[in-house]
Structure formats: structure tokens, C-alpha cells
Design a protein around this ligand. Structure first.
Ligand code: SF4
Ligand code: SF4
Length: 87
């Protein structure tokens, strides 16, 4: 049965600042306003709970500087890893 709590998990948005040039494409394409730009024009996660994991920011970033992952995926991988080490 599906865990009702999992629906509330917000995706994990990772901005790799070393590669980001502050072009603003990610924030411009974000359909929900989860991303915004600071005074210098660099993106930051303003409202993570608004992210719907559509992947537009990741697809549109010309520098591969932003990734979005469902937190449940991380958890699953971690749990599988833990199981593997226990064997
Ligand atoms: S995955 Fe979609 S909703 Fe989430 S930050 Fe990127 S563009 Fe916005
Ligand atoms: S699209 Fe990529 S390079 Fe441009 S501001 Fe967003 S993360 Fe930075």
C-alpha cells in the first residue's frame, strides 16, 4: 500500500554553484516559483515545497548546474545500500 506521507516529500533541488553562471534560465522556466534569483542573479531554492519535480530547470540549464531528485529515491537507494552491507 502506498505510504500517504510520501506524497508530502519535496524533491531535493541541488544547485552546483561552481558551474552556475547565473543566467536565470532555471528560475525563468520553473513553473511553480520554487526557484528564485538573488540580487546577483544567481538562483536559489525559495520555496522547495512548491517543486513538482517537473525537471524543467535541470533540462534547461546549459551548464548542468542544477539537479532535482525525488527524496524517496535517495531513501530507497540508501536503504538498499544498508541492506547490502548487512548481508
Ligand atoms: S523541477 Fe520543476 S518545479 Fe522543481 S524547481 Fe525545477 S523547474 Fe521548478
Ligand atoms: S540555468 Fe543553470 S547556469 Fe543558469 S542560473 Fe540556472 S543553474 Fe545557473
Amino acid at each position: 500500500m502506498a505510504d500517504p506521507k510520501s506524497k508530502k516529500e519535496t524533491p531535493n533541488i541541488d544547485i552546483y554553484k561552481a558551474w552556475c553562471k547565473g543566467c536565470g534560465i532555471c528560475a525563468a522556466f520553473c513553473p511553480t516559483g520554487a526557484l528564485a534569483r538573488d540580487e546577483a542573479g544567481f538562483p536559489y531554492v525559495k520555496e522547495p515545497e512548491k517543486c513538482i519535480n517537473c525537471g524543467w530547470c535541470e533540462i534547461r540549464c546549459p551548464d548542468f548546474a542544477i539537479t532535482v531528485k525525488q527524496r524517496n529515491d535517495d531513501k530507497k537507494v540508501r536503504e538498499e545500500g544498508e541492506e547490502a552491507t548487512q548481508q
